[in-house]
Design a protein. Structure first.
Length: 104
């Protein structure tokens, strides 16, 4: 028998489950129920029927060659790299000229 000077009440636990109305979730559930009622949906069929087939359809032609758009883009990229190298070499040569020490 212990003596208690302060009595603390027991921890109260409430079983409260809040309910929320989410119109998007309700619309989604109605669409799923409608689809299931039709019965012709197979999960994953949209992805497995040609997701990879359509991934690069705009890049290559049927004969295996790349389209003209890609070829032109490669030419423009090469030209831009050459122009950048030209300007870099001019700037680098002027930097070397500026760093030369005059000999007396």
């Amino acid at each position: 028998m212990g003596i208690k000077l302060f009595h603390l009440p027991a921890h109260r636990v409430f079983n409260y489950t809040p309910t929320y109305y989410n119109p998007e979730k309700d619309k989604l559930e109605q669409g799923v129920a409608k689809r299931d009622a039709e019965g012709n949906y197979i999960p994953g069929s949209i992805v497995s029927k040609g997701f990879r087939k359509r991934a690069g359809s705009g890049v290559k032609r049927k004969d295996g060659a790349y389209s003209n758009t890609r070829r032109i883009a490669v030419y423009i990229l090469i030209a831009a790299i050459l122009v950048a190298l030209f300007y870099f070499s001019k700037a680098f040569s002027s930097l070397i000229e500026a760093m030369k020490v005059p000999v007396n």
